[in-house]
Design a protein around this ligand. Structure first.
Ligand SMILES: Nc1ncnc2c1ncn2[C@@H]1O[C@H](COP(=O)(O)OP(=O)(O)O)[C@@H](O)[C@H]1O
Ligand SMILES: [Mg+2]
Length: 355
């Protein structure tokens, strides 16, 4: 059993450097704006649902679990014939939602919650590593770049320390703490698999726990994918060069850029909803309701059953609604097997493009 040299938190580092303080200000401003803009969407589940799926896709992609937007959204209406990767991406979304429920319920983010999240994601109960042997390798060369703690006792001890750090309020900016938590979690690497994805779920849950966001809508995976080499390099340099500063600046920049992009996306969705409202009211006045518009934006891919359940319609009525929405060009229908589904194409295209 090798002894780990991973240090407990808090890091012996003064985070109040000029660069970090400066970056924290613009980042906090962007994030606060995002939190405000999110409130302009009437039903919060619209953005929660669409963004979670997007993040599930991007975060899984970092771990080479690749699915397409089409396949992913089809799986929300038709669960036959879906690929292994798409199943995993759907489990990621489920794990994230469950994590959000846990944080809202307990106002704490405990190790047992993290274990629950990872078990939903991985669909097994393996839990925290009990056997030695997990190492991080350079995928290209096979060279071992980092050996996380190997014995269960050390892992649990480090996790207890992390749990305390997560749940104790102190004077350090939660955005900085989020970066510290992500590094420490990935370095403990407590699970046999799913550490990267679970760690990225923790980022957003920590922002909610810290009350910087009311709902989970800031997702860093797209930024990480676009700056992937730096992500790996900087995680490693905290360890090898004590390079906390650059790692923290990286994560802050991720939060800032992503907040700005997400604000644009949410404004885009709000504009599409407004347009849909006007159009449906004008062309199908008898059918229009606020709830109908919301359902059509909560599910970029929809089907008769969703309207039956959410709006309490009879099957024939629901089917007529969808047909007429297709006739006015608002929805596009697709056929899979013997079933027909309907796509909110403008919304889907916007999500696919990521603005
Ligand atoms: N040098 C490193 N130091 C610490 N963590 C790292 C390092 N390199 C990669 N990681 C983390 O390990 C994750 C991959 O771990 P893994 O358990 O395979 O996650 P997943 O199953 O979600 O693929 C990466 O996404 C990253 O967060
Ligand atoms: Mg993996």
């Amino acid at each position: 059993m090798s002894k780990t040299n991973l240090k407990k938190l808090p890091p012996a580092m003064d985070f109040e450097t000029k660069e970090i303080l400066k970056k924290s200000i613009s980042t906090s401003r962007a994030l606060a704006n995002l939190n405000g803009v999110a409130k302009t969407i009437p039903n919060e589940n619209i953005i929660i649902n669409t963004l979670i799926l997007q993040e599930a896709k991007d975060s899984s992609e970092i771990e080479n679990i690749i699915t397409t937007h089409d396949e992913l959204y089809i799986s929300t209406v038709d669960s036959s014939n879906i690929s292994q990767a798409t199943k995993e991406v759907n489990r990621y979304a489920k794990a994230l939602k469950e994590g959000f429920v846990l944080v809202q319920e307990h106002k704490l983010l405990l190790i047992k919650h993290i274990v629950t999240i990872q078990s939903i994601l991985e669909n097994n109960d393996a839990g925290i590593r009990k056997q030695a042997g997990t190492v991080l390798k350079n995928v290209a060369t096979g060279e071992v770049i980092f050996t996380p703690p190997q014995d269960e006792e050390t892992i649990k001890d480090l996790l207890a320390n992390l749990e305390e750090y997560i749940n104790t309020k102190d004077e350090i900016d939660p955005l900085i703490k989020m970066a510290v938590i992500h590094y420490q979690f990935e370095s403990i690497h407590p699970f046999y698999d799913g550490n990267g994805r679970t760690g990225r779920i923790l980022n957003i849950l920590y922002l909610v726990l810290s009350e910087l966001l009311d709902i989970p809508i800031l997702y860093l995976s797209r930024y990480i994918t676009q700056h992937k080499a730096d992500y790996y390099r900087l995680l490693q340099e905290v360890r090898t060069k004590n390079n906390w500063q650059e790692w923290i600046l990286y994560m802050l920049d991720g939060v800032e850029q992503t907040s700005l992009e997400t604000i644009e996306l949410i404004n885009g969705i709000a504009a599409l909803m407004e347009k849909a409202k006007v159009e449906i009211k004008e062309k199908l006045p008898k059918m229009y309701s606020k709830d109908l518009v919301e359902i059509l934006f909560m599910h970029p891919y929809t089907k008769i059953e969703f309207l039956i359940v959410s709006l309490g319609l009879h099957r024939d009525t629901a089917s007529k609604y969808l047909r007429e929405l297709e006739n006015i060009g608002f929805l596009e229908s697709i056929k899979i097997g013997r079933s027909k589904y309907f796509v909110n194409k403008a919304l889907f295209d916007m999500l696919k493009k990521g603005i």
